[in-house]
Design a protein around this ligand. Structure first.
Ligand code: ADP
Ligand code: MG
Length: 711
């Protein structure tokens, strides 16, 4: 019988390692607490005179939980997080030990910025930057074997003021959407609302492999994905895996991850098997956008650490396996006001439903006009292999609304514009009483669309599993803010012309619905027709990842980003450079790992296999002329593959050499046009002989071995 040990209950440990409002209230004087909460809700700037008091309380709390270091925790532009640990302990003037953490330590810190990407905004000699506390995300403790670190969520900026992290841009985008949402609600006469927050919940997909086996493959070790190998023909569909029982080994891992994250106040509400073999998903309870992005980083970090303890290899790569589903990070998002109302929730109440439609159509309008930014935000190396195949949405942005909402919008659009709005009201009211049910029912059917309305929120399905959420969320919120700005312009005009808010809104919704027809698509986004149709609609601005990255610096996008005060021209240009560099570096690593795997493993294995076949051939020589020919055939086939592999990998090495002299942009282009196809050719040759290897000659664990979780 398996031993069932007693573990602490989630409820008892939830948030125990977070310096949350409960903890603050207990440890801070009332006025300090109030002013901190106001800063946390984004209502006022942080008052630096309270910093010492807050720091003291935070330190006492952290030390009581076993922390011995503190660090500013921030998101450089590398998709990972960074921190520099400083000990609390120091000696006072008499040489006595003392725990120290001052207000200025809390507010600001100075990590060496020179090793983080800046896209050429700074030269190394002025590579100084500082991190500054972001009070809107609470501090937390990361436990280690012998102690722990108090982590202070921070932004990271250079001394010239340019951001060196993703969070600054995210916070600016949140500001852009939240202030406009307030304006919108005020126009509807809603004056009691104190603030509006963006809410986000990111579903995290991942693969788990047996670590010892996975680590035998250099491609998994260094690239997080397989560069050779393919699924055995009849193994592709393992339907029983999807929503089937989670393997015991994985469940035990998941439980440990969930427990550690619960302590950090992260609630992983659901866990399940995903479509492919060895693929799984965690979905957290959604929360305020900034916190959700921080929490997703914590989820990923915790998962990585825990995988090692369970002898598992965790893969966040967007496309670890050829011919199988890849991993995405579906970003669900909406807006919520200070009364807890979800602004994307349809309603049977006419006025409330018009407010809902105003927010909804603002997003659609923003997307119709600035979809380039959304595509840019998901143009990552991993998505190059993932988008457009095996259940991942294609690399073309469109919005799916579902029958209920699509026909509702159509009704508004078709309503006659006589200024009184009565006919459209009539149409609108029709069927509203059944609305919430219908919406929930038909919202999730279309899984081919990159953006779908799913009942009371939008879901962006294009982001990749390994991406930090900050940039796609920034893009979504900025695009929404831009759409809302335009909406508000029309809306205010109508109100100034004397219409009441609801009629003015309906008129505006009708107007912007007509302006954003292009981006709405209710059909199957996988069909070949859609490609042609999208081309006709002008939605196919970028066909490759580098072209997608270029959409960050489309003139209209730069203009919009500046208007929304999210990026300056200089900042987005630097950001664009960093993204191109990251793309190039990531695929360059793949090129060299593939070359090495061929020469270190596959070519020698082919020689050994040929010798084995030759001994079979020699064994029959003199007995059976006919089978002799067959043996020769096999040997020749292996030899031909070997020669091909040598030729193609030499070509690959030459190409690398040639590319190293190119500009980053030309380099990225050459990767897409030449290196990737060449790598695919190499893979094809390697895969064509894989089935000939005997077990002991197999250079690397094959897919069947790799995708089995039994130890
Ligand atoms: P589904 O499985 O149909 O995609 P779920 O209800 O399971 O939908 O939600 C998926 C994710 O969406 C979860 O992380 C959830 O917390 C998040 N979510 C739900 N409502 C909202 C919302 N209003 N804003 C942001 N995220 C949300
Ligand atoms: Mg979902």
């Amino acid at each position: 019988m398996t031993e069932i040990r007693e573990y602490p209950k989630m409820k008892d440990i939830y948030g125990s390692l977070v310096f949350d409002q409960r903890e603050m209230k207990q440890r801070l004087p009332r006025d300090v607490f109030d002013s901190l909460v106001a800063a946390m809700e984004g209502r006022q700037k942080l008052d630096s005179s309270i910093a010492d008091t807050v720091a003291l309380a935070m330190k006492d709390w952290a030390v009581s939980k076993g922390a011995d270091h503190w660090a500013h925790w921030f998101h450089p532009l590398t998709e990972l997080t960074a921190e520099k640990h400083t000990a609390f302990l120091m000696a006072d003037e008499n040489g006595n030990p003392l725990n120290s953490f001052r207000g200025k330590d809390l507010m600001q810190s100075e990590p060496d910025a020179s090793s983080f990407p800046s896209g050429g905004t700074r030269s190394t000699f002025e590579a100084r930057g500082y991190s500054a506390w972001d009070p809107t995300s609470p501090a937390f403790i990361i436990k280690s074997k012998k102690g722990g670190t108090l982590c202070i969520p921070s932004i990271f900026i250079a001394y010239d003021g340019s951001p060196l992290d993703m969070k600054t841009y995210l916070l600016r985008a949140m500001q852009a959407i939240e202030t406009r949402s307030m304006r919108m609600l005020k126009l509807f006469g809603n004056r009691g609302v104190r603030y509006v927050h963006a809410t986000v919940g990111g579903e995290q997909e991942f693969f788990l492999l047996d670590r010892p086996r996975a680590q035998k493959r250099p491609d998994i070790r260094f690239c997080g994905r397989t560069l050779v190998g393919s699924p055995p023909p009849r193994d592709q569909k393992m339907e029983d895996h999807y929503f089937g029982a989670i393997p015991t080994r994985v469940l035990s891992y998941m439980e440990d991850v969930q427990r550690d994250l619960a302590r950090l106040g992260v609630d992983l509400a659901t866990r399940h098997n995903e479509n492919a073999r060895c693929q799984f998903e965690f979905a957290p309870q959604f929360t305020e956008a900034n916190l959700a992005c921080d929490q997703n980083q914590l989820v990923m970090e915790t998962m990585r650490k825990m995988a090692r303890e369970h002898e598992l290899r965790l893969l966040f790569h967007e496309k670890p396996f050829n011919g199988m589903n890849g991993s995405g990070k579906h970003i669900n998002f909406s807006l919520e006001d200070s009364e807890g109302r979800n602004l994307l929730k349809p309603s049977t109440n006419h006025r409330k439903n018009v407010i809902f439609l105003a927010f909804l159509s603002s997003f659609i309008l923003g997307t119709a006009e600035h979809f380039g930014l959304l595509q840019a935000s998901v143009s990552t190396p991993g998505n190059m292999y993932r988008l457009g195949g095996q259940e991942a949405p294609p690399n073309i942005i469109c919005v799916y609304l579902g029958d209920a909402i699509a026909s509702m919008l159509r009704a508004v659009e078709e309503g006659t514009d006589d200024g009184t709005m009565k006919p459209s009201r009539g149409t609108l009211d029709l069927g509203l009483s059944k609305l919430p049910d219908i919406v929930a029912f038909d919202s999730d059917r279309n899984r081919t669309s990159p953006i779908a309305f799913t009942g009371n929120k939008f879901e962006f399905r294009a982001p990749g599993a390994s991406q930090a959420m900050a940039i796609p969320v920034m893009a979504l919120l900025t695009v929404w803010a831009a759409g809302m700005e335009k909406f508000l312009g029309f809306f205010e005009e109508e109100i100034n012309a004397g219409l009441d808010p609801v009629d003015a809104a309906i008129k505006t919704i009708r107007k912007v619905a007509a302006m954003s027809r292009n981006i709405r698509f209710e059909g199957n986004a996988y069909s070949a027709n859609w490609h042609e149709e999208a081309e006709r609609r002008g939605l196919l601005k970028a066909k490759t990842i580098p072209e997608g990255i270029d959409l960050f610096v489309e003139p209209s996008t730069i203009k919009m980003l500046e208007e929304m005060k999210v990026f300056s021209k200089k900042e987005i240009e630097a950001f664009h450079t960093i993204k191109l560099e990251q793309f190039v570096k990531s695929i360059e690593i793949e090129m060299s790992v593939l070359r090495d795997m061929v020469w270190e493993g596959i070519l020698p294995a082919l020689s050994k296999q040929m010798l084995l076949e030759k001994s079979s051939r020699d064994a029959v020589a003199g007995y059976d002329a006919l089978s002799l020919e067959k043996w020769d055939g096999i040997i020749v086939r292996l030899a031909a593959a070997k020669l091909d592999l040598i030729a193609k990998t030499e070509e690959l090495a030459k190409l690398r050499e040639e590319m190293s002299r190119m500009t980053t942009r030309a380099h990225a282009e050459a990767i897409v046009k030449r290196a990737v196809p060449l790598m695919l050719e190499i893979r094809k040759i390697a895969d064509s002989v894989e089935i000939f290897f005997s077990a002991e000659n197999m250079p690397y664990p094959n897919y069947r071995n790799l995708l089995s979780l039994s130890a």
